[in-house]
Design a protein around this ligand. Structure first.
Ligand code: SGN
Ligand code: CA
Length: 556
């Protein structure tokens, strides 16, 4: 790794201001500042982490982080989609301020980010894995990012500007690169490493060693897997993310056969089909092509094992297609979805363990603030869905674990309302730097060092705003507030609908009580709180301002 070889000598203490040089250990001072390791996955939801009580998958290494550190029960993202969430984390600012409102945007890399601030203060910085911001990373001594959404097998990376393909499985490779960076780092400086996985993003392709591992497992179904969306508005009804209807058999469930491949080649938009049928047929064809391209990244030996692993599932599907009712098929698809999603998580967990072991071996584990989070949560069959985007609990909430024994008690849990925009100010403050006034998140240091208690004056509501519509999965634009007990949401743009959920009595958000007279007072209060939050963060009511959405980006 030529780029890494230069790291040791590439940045000299002379480039660092004297005071910071002293702090960072250059020139004989004590290296008091903690290393920072941000481990982020893509679409890993708390419902699939055993430390959050999941019965779906065992995550012993993530559980170790929770056991030795703090688990946040109420961490929320401000916009539940990849690029936007990543931009919020980097800048500590909401989407309307950092400019990356939806996945079609290009991140303005010239703006302030926490890695840049740490780098300027003498940290050795690296970004490895899924970046998804359309512009080159800035503020890193080393970066190796996946191309676009990233591939599970033989993934392509852009490494300090040059494209390269790596052999093997993406989660293992990202970890190899992270360990390699650490191995070649300048030990006289603290490091800040962003270790960002593709997994468990769609289409959930397991590593070879995990093929078939969950075949015998039967997953508990969410009670609302067959939700009919009664009691809610048009947004819930009109989305395109239902396991039963919207999953592609080949891409999502790996049900490819030579017949279906041939059929997809032959398929031509038929003149007498209606527009929706043609567009669905074209979407299906692209999903088959997409699967074929992903499959072809495997070696012949890998393909062989893959084919053997999925053959029984394909045979079962062919049978079920003829015999099962639509609801039975949905339930069967849910089982297959969970088998793959959870197998992909197992590789994440193993690799997190590998990284922890490495840090322990080099004596840096306890000097490192270790954070585990995801770019947002995900639906695992709740409301019948996969994907995210909605301000509903399963995906607005994101996992957050922090291990740093020098300041954070082992086995602590926090109920404080935390947000993804809080990470940047937390890192900056814990590195001993002043938190810039324009960061909108709040440092979690007080929460971390007080056993999880929210300090006086902590926020009582989190703000949310989602913009990417019309686009993938057809989730309408919306914004809103979540407090400890309630959630108020406004769907706007092509509709004007409000939803209010009483989370204490209806934690799964099945009954919109916005028009229920019993909630008139709560409703008034939540509207006032929402307006105050919008004023505080400078988001004008989107109904009164034009919002332009660009389609056709490769980044979506
Ligand atoms: C891809 C996926 C979508 C997913 C978006 C955004 N389709 O477009 O299902 O919602 O990414 O995900 S796929 O056919 O490519 O699998 S995000 O996490 O990057 O925001
Ligand atoms: Ca994501």
């Amino acid at each position: 790794m030529k780029n890494l070889e230069t790291l040791r000598t590439g940045v000299r203490c002379a480039a660092v201001p004297l005071t910071l040089a002293t702090l960072s250990g250059c020139g004989g001072g004590q290296p008091e500042r903690p290393n920072i390791l941000v481990m982020m996955t893509d679409d890993h939801t708390a419902q699939a982490m055993s430390c959050y009580g999941s019965l779906l998958v065992e995550t012993p290494n993530l559980d170790r982080l929770a056991r030795e550190g703090m688990l946040f029960e109420n961490c929320y993202v401000s916009n539940a989609i990849s690029g936007p969430s990543r931009a919020c984390i980097l800048t500590g600012k909401y989407s309307h301020v950092n400019g990356f409102t939806d996945n079609s945007r290009t991140f303005d890399g010239d703006q302030q980010t926490f890695p840049k601030l740490l780098h300027a203060a003498g940290y050795q910085t690296a970004m490895i894995g899924k970046w998804h911001l359309n512009s080159d990373p800035q503020g890193f001594d080393f970066w190796s990012i996946l191309v676009g959404q990233g591939e599970y097998y033989a993934p392509r990376f852009i490494e300090n500007g040059e494209e390269r393909t790596e052999e093997g499985y993406v989660t293992d490779i990202i970890t190899d690169k992270a360990i390699d960076f650490l191995e070649h780092r300048d030990p006289s400086r603290p490091f800040a490493l962003l270790y960002y996985h593709k997994a468990p993003h769609r289409n959930w392709m397991p590593a070879q060693r995990h093929l078939g591992m969950n075949d015998a497992r039967v997953y508990p179904e969410p009670f609302n897997l067959l939700d009919d969306y009664s009691g809610r508005g048009s947004a819930a009804r009109e989305q395109a993310m239902e396991i039963g209807r919207d999953m592609w058999p080949e891409w999502d469930l790996k049900l490819m056969t030579p017949e279906r491949l041939a059929q997809s080649y032959e398929l031509a938009a038929s003149g007498d089909a209606n527009k929706d049928d043609v567009s669905r047929a074209n979407d299906w064809r692209s999903s088959v092509m997409q699967y074929q391209a992903a499959y072809n990244r495997m070696t012949d030996a890998e393909k062989e094992r893959w084919n053997a692993a999925y053959a029984p599932r394909i045979a079962e599907y062919e049978r079920l297609k003829r015999t099962a009712t639509p609801d039975e098929l949905t339930r069967w698809k849910y089982q297959q979805y969970m088998k793959d999603y959870c197998a992909v998580i197992t590789a994440v967990d193993e690799n997190v363990g590998r990284l922890l072991d490495y840090l322990e071996r080099i004596g840096e584990l306890d000097n490192t603030i270790l954070v585990y989070t995801s770019d947002q949560g995900f639906f695992l069959g709740e409301h019948g869905w996969f994907d995210k985007r909605f301000m509903y609990e399963e995906c607005q909430r994101t996992p957050l674990l922090v291990r740093y024994p020098k300041a954070v008690g082992a086995g602590t849990r926090s109920r404080a309302l935390a947000m993804n925009i809080d990470l940047a100010p937390t890192f900056v403050e814990m590195a001993g730097l002043p938190v810039p006034d324009d960061m909108q998140g709040r440092s979690l240091r007080g929460v971390l060092t007080s056993g999880g208690e929210a300090p006086e004056g902590w926020r009582t509501g989190v703000y949310y705003h989602y913009y990417e519509y019309p686009s993938w999965h057809s989730v309408k634009r919306h914004y809103g507030i979540r407090t400890a007990d309630y959630k108020l949401i406004h769907f706007y743009n092509d509709v004007d609908e409000w939803e209010l959920y009483d989370l204490k009595h209806d934690p799964h958000e099945m009954r919109n009580v916005y028009d229920d007279p019993a909630y008139a007072g709560i409703r008034r209060q939540l509207h006032a709180e929402l307006e105050a939050l919008q004023a505080e963060c400078g988001d004008a009511d989107p109904c009164e301002r034009e919002y332009e959405f660009f389609r056709g980006s490769d980044n979506l």
